[in-house]
Design a protein around this ligand. Sequence first.
Ligand code: 4AD
Ligand code: MG
Length: 455
Amino acid sequence: MISLTKRYQELNFRMLWIEELGKHIGEKVILRGWVYNRRDSGKVRFVLLRDGTGICQCVFADSEVEKKYFELADSVNQESLVEVEGTIREFDRAPGGVELAARSMKLLADSVDYPITPKEHGIDFLLSRRHLWLRSSRQHALLRCRDTLIRAFHEFFGERGFILIDPPMITPTSCEGTTELFEISYFDDKAYLSQSGQLYMEPAAAAFGKVYCLAPSFRAEKSKTRRHLTEFWHLEPEVAFLDLAGDMELAEEMLSFVVKELLEGRSTEIEFLGTWGKNKQEKRAFREHIELLKNLNPPFYRITYTDAVKLLAKKGVNIQWGDKFGADEEAIISAVYDKPVFCHRYPKRSAPFYMKEDPENPELVKNFDLLAPEGYGEIIGGSQREDDLAKLEAAIERHNLPREPLEWYLDIRRYGTFVHSGFGIGVERTLAWITQTHHIRVTIPYPRLMDRIYP
Ligand code: 4AD
Ligand code: MG
């Protein structure tokens, strides 16, 4: 990079990122990037140049450039790396409002038979070439939104004095149920990939009051659905002296905040996603979704599990109290509302061991799932934690969990036990809902699915 910069200085040119061009109209510059696409129109050749920060149309006019450059512009391969020299000028219809009047172009690295062409490809073909597919405009827009979403999460918790605590990924025991564990060999022993940072956040909340983590979680779920990854990014706050009601308030404030940040910070990408590959009806649905996001303010809706079962039964679903909700049930519940809805107080018999028993009804736990509208289902799961040592010990036994690897966790109830709550939100499910992306496999750079760990 240093030697390049020096060369440009000697040439008295500025090397700029495409995103900066709008501020340099009239200047001579050198752009370096990959050929996204090209087209011709009579005596003009257009090369769309991509440098990761944006796309710039480079215009090669027959009358203004040497023949060899014109010919290169006429033949250069898709995704070849080139250097283009020219002058920036205004062009209203281009993103960023500028284009480059090119004077010369140099081929730095050819790209022969780039596999992803502008024609349509199947999803398996594209996922197997995910390392290249990242260069395409829809993937680019989605992952830029992801970047903003993650930054917004950090900003929300940072501004409120939460301390970031990183949990381990290698754990001696299960947190969310033993059927979904990835087992690994750990020297002479076995260990597991973490399903959640929660058990490590609880002690951290006793140490720091307000904490959160953002880390991968692993689930060996044998489910091939549009909302399951085997490795996902999990944001988990944990707060001392917060009960279930406060936990839900924290969740709705956080979600409203990050949605606003995304609408403001990534308006170009969101607008693009709202039209990409969509028919008229889908475009209208997307616009309605954006209206919903713009009006996303607390409070969200709240319904108890018990009332949700009644609601489902009324809608003709064959369901008994105690049954778990699947994607279909969640979609029916959330369709009733024009904002996300907290479904709270689920049956204890199918809840994880750490959830606090509801003192008003010991059949229930003080937990919630936040269901996103428009059929996206659960994006947050949270609870108040059991702070009574005897009850927690009984729950561990009831769940048939080995006691010894959890002794350290029980210490938190032995040394100054405290009311505390937290939740977990999946980055990919949240991004999929906000951007109305049907399958979460494209909301993460390199998805890990039941049948895919390549590339
Ligand atoms: O509901 P879950 O399993 O809750 C927990 O893990 C708690 N320990 C969290 C806590 O209280 N600290 O997972 C929380 C969220 C889900 O709502 C979902 O958004 C996401 O994590 N998630 C997944 N995302 C993608 N693929 C999967 N297989 C996921 N499983 C959960
Ligand atoms: Mg859950």
